[in-house]
Each structure stands twice: as C-alpha cells, then as structure tokens.
Design a protein around this ligand. Structure first.
Ligand code: UD1
Ligand code: CA
Length: 454
C-alpha cells in the first residue's frame, strides 16, 4: 500500500465560539481540539502531516510546535477545496491523502483504519442522519454507486431528502487529488471551492468511490460552539469512565469524573464524586480518592487514602499514606510510605520521611523531613526571606511542638524536641528540648484597663 499523507483543515474562524482564541485551540479534556486530531493522525504513521491554518495567525502553529507537521496558511479562506490545495505542494504523488478536520476531535483510530482498508480509489466517511440539514448529501445511482456530493445550499428539495451525508473526512490518491483540485470551480451557491466536487470528478475518471461509516455518531461531530464542545467533552469523559470501570475501578458516579490526561489505576481503586485528574496520574492498588479532589501529574502508591478536597500537583506519594481532607501537595513534594498529611497542610518542594506526620494547619516548604517526625499543628517553615528560598532540615524522630516557626536555613537534630510556640532561628541539637519562648508569668493584682467614666 502507498504511504499516507494527512491534511488537517483548521483555518476556520469559529465565529460562534465568541472567543479571541482560534477554534481549534479550545480544549477538550484539557487538550486543544487540533491536538486530538494530530494525535490520531500520528498513530497512522503518516509520511507527512499538513495543517492548514488561517484565523488566529501564528497562534495555531505555535501551540502545536511539538508536532512534526507542516503548517501552511490559507489566506483568504475560499472553501474546503481551496484549503486542501494549499497543502498539495507539500505532498508526494506516490501516496494517499487523508483529509481530517481540526474541529472534529473524536474520530476513532478504527474508523480511519477501516477507511484505509476500504480499497483503492476515493474513500468517503459518511453517516446517516434523521435530520441531515446543513450537510452535503451523498448522491447514489440506482445501483447504489456514489455519483457526487451536493451541498445543502445547492441541493434541490428532492436531494435534500437524502439522509446519507458527507462528514468531510475522505481518503484520496494524492496524484488524482492534485489533478481534481486543479479543476475546481466556485460556481455554486456559496461561491466557494468545494472539496466535495472531487467526487463527481472521480466518478467521471472511472475511479471507484467507497464509503465507510463510523461506529458512533460522535466520531464525526464537529464543534462550532461551546455547547457542542461541552457535549463532546461529556462523550470523552463517559468513554474514559467506561474504560476505567471495565478495568475494575470503582467510580461513585461515572458522570462526575473528569480526566484531562491519562489516569492509570491498579486493582480495587475507588474514586468518589467530583474528582479531576490532569496530566499523567497513577493510582496504585487499593488507593481511595475522596470527593472533589484535584490530582495532577502525580503517582500515588498502593493503599494510600486521600480524603475529600485534597489537591495534589506534581508530587510523588508513597504507600499507605493518609492525605487530607483539605490537604495541598504542591510541586516537588515527595511523601514516603505511611506519611500523614492532614487538613489545611500545605507542602511544597519537600520530602517527608516514612511514618512522619503533619496533621493540622501547617506550611512545609523547601524542607527535608526525616522518618517518624511529628510536626505539630500550626508549624510553619519560614523558607523565604523576601529574596531567596532556604531549606529546613528536620532529622529522624524529631518532635516539633505546635505553632513553631522554623526560620530557614535551619536544622532540627535527630530526636530533638521543639517546645510549642517556639521561633527557631538556629540549629537545634539532637535529643534535646529546645524552646525559644519567654517563661510564663502571672502578675497578681493586675487590673484590666477601664473605659473612662463620663
Ligand atoms: C463541509 C462539507 C459538507 C459536509 C460538512 C460536514 C464542503 C464543501 N462541504 O461543509 O459536505 O457535510 O463539511 O461538516 O466541503 N475550512 C478551512 N478553509 C476553508 C473552509 C473551511 O480550513 O476555506 C475548514 C473549516 O475550518 C472547517 C471545515 O473546513 O473545519 C469545514 O468547513 P465548513 O465551512 O464548516 O464546511 P461546511 O459548509 O460545514
Ligand atoms: Ca461545518
């Protein structure tokens, strides 16, 4: 089989998005629409991918600069045929060309593969709709052979009765495509160069025209407004939820889960309602995630319990930890096994050793905390002097009394105890009690000040 080129049309303005952002850069499941299409395209191992862009200027190629694709500008936009023409100089003749759309994000690999298997000649992806309004109609002869596509605006009332419509996605021999596009005119209701006119040309050239239909209707749905975007977002999320449940993950409610990236789960994982997973997240065996937790780019090892409303970002969590409710692990956090991080505890760029606990209302930043350390409620590492960040080191078995400030750089020795309410500015010795607060005194006979009598 010949090699494959892919042309992705992405020049449209997206007027009905009412946005300054080009339509194809709006996100579905946290990823720009065009990126979904590029990822699909890449799976087909094409020789060349060509993105035709227009509205939004360089924003489109800039946002997609990670892809080995050719970006060609279409200016002005004179129709879908004209758009594909812009890509032709970059495509080798001895190949086939697949046309995809930057605003049709959910076409499945299987469907595109089926098109590649459908035979030589021209392959169209079509779908039957109860209400075909707005689409190009697939016109067939008595033998059922495709003759041409007629756009809604050019169709007679008789042709408008046809329920089989053009999705726009097609596969054509590149050399033929080049010839046909060269012959396109714009003598039609919209004054545009229609890509769809190549179908009649193929028929005239005696080429077979095959059709393939997608398994699901949403595979070929395009996005023109925020409502359609939200609809396809739900389709995506339902698919993710179904896949997770098929692998044995317990979802309290599959309709209340959002995965914007990849979520990998072990056995007997339980996820409560309203959780959001972004980027690359892995949850080990028996991990439970409480309601309304937000977890991004994190790995959580087996047996760890995350209570409701916890936020975890760019962090590594060991096995059998307890996190939350209302805990926040910021980038660079590493919790070793059996660590406990409780409510209103914020940890950033810090390592917490095995079995250590910070259960209430603390800030731990730029710190290295050893094993079996207890960090009392309200402990703060003062890591920032207004210009630079400094590290706090707390060695194994230390006990930090409540409401302690550790002014970094500072080290708390092994087994050291810090009395509650201390402000620690110097390193503290191993195994000793260190306090920095003044002694409690009581003044007998002291009187509260009184308001002056009038
Ligand atoms: C097109 C098809 C129609 C099909 C429908 C499916 C043509 C002539 N008609 O109609 O048969 O049923 O899609 O949705 O092809 N684009 C460009 N440059 C242009 C024009 C369009 O990049 O100059 C892109 C748009 O951004 C859009 C896509 O091509 O993503 C389709 O264009 P649109 O104008 O929406 O075509 P339709 O009129 O819907
Ligand atoms: Ca359209």
């Amino acid at each position: 089989m010949n090699s494959l080129n892919i042309v992705i049309l992405a020049a449209g303005k997206g007027t009905r998005m009412y946005s300054d952002k080009p339509k194809v850069l709006h996100a579905l499941a946290g990823k720009p629409l065009l990126q979904h299409v590029l990822d699909r395209a890449t799976e087909l191992k094409p020789q060349q991918v060509c993105v035709v862009y227009g509205h939004g200027g360089e924003a489109v190629p800039q946002a997609m600069s990670g892809y080995a694709a050719k970006f060609v500008i279409q200016e002005p936009q004179l129709g879908t045929g004209h758009a594909v023409q812009q890509a032709m100089p970059h495509l080798a003749d001895n190949s086939r060309t697949l046309v995809l759309y930057g605003d049709v994000p959910l076409t499945q690999h299987d469907t595109l593969h089926q098109m590649q298997q459908a035979g030589e000649g021209l392959v169209l992806l079509t779908v039957n709709l109860d209400n075909p309004t707005g689409y190009g109609r697939i016109v067939r002869n008595e033998d059922g052979d495709v003759q041409c596509i007629v756009e809604e605006k050019d169709a007679t009332s008789e042709l408008r009765e046809i329920k089989e419509v053009n999705t726009g996605i097609l596969l054509a021999p590149t050399q033929r495509l080049r010839e046909w596009l060269g012959k396109l005119g714009n003598n039609n209701a919209q004054g545009e160069y229609y890509l769809t006119d190549i179908v009649a040309m193929a028929v005239q050239d005696g080429l077979a025209v095959h059709t393939v239909q997608p398994k699901q209707r949403w595979e070929v749905e395009g996005i023109n407004n925020k409502s359609q975007l939200a609809t396809l977002e739900r389709v995506w999320q339902q698919n993710v939820a179904n896949k997770l449940m098929a692998q044995g993950v317990s979802l309290a409610d599959p309709d209340r889960l959002d995965v914007r990236g990849n979520l990998n789960c072990g056995r007997d994982v339980e996820i409560d309602v309203g959780c959001i997973f972004e980027g690359e997240v892995s949850l080990g065996d028996r991990v439970r995630v409480g309601a309304y937790s937000v977890i991004r780019d994190a790995s959580i090892a087996q047996g760890t319990q995350i209570a409701a409303y916890s936020h975890i970002d760019d962090s590594e969590v060991g096995a059998d930890c307890h996190i939350g409710p209302y805990a926040r692990l910021r980038p660079g956090t590493k919790l070793h096994d059996d660590a406990h991080v409780g409510n209103f505890v914020e940890i950033k760029n810090s390592e917490i050793g095995k079995g250590s606990k910070a259960n209430h209302l603390s800030y731990i930043g730029d710190s290295t905390v050893g094993s079996r350390v207890n960090i009392g409620a309200g402990t703060i590492t003062c890591n920032y002097d207004g210009a630079n960040k400094h590290r706090t080191i707390i060695e194994d078995d230390a006990f930090i009394g409540s409401d302690t400030q550790l002014v970094a750089p500072v080290r708390v020795g092994k087994g050291a105890t810090i009395g509650a309410g201390s402000t620690i500015t110097k390193d503290t010795p191993d195994n000793e009690l260190t306090l920095s607060r003044s002694k409690q005194v009581s003044i007998s006979g002291w009187q509260r000040p009184q308001k002056g009598k009038k």
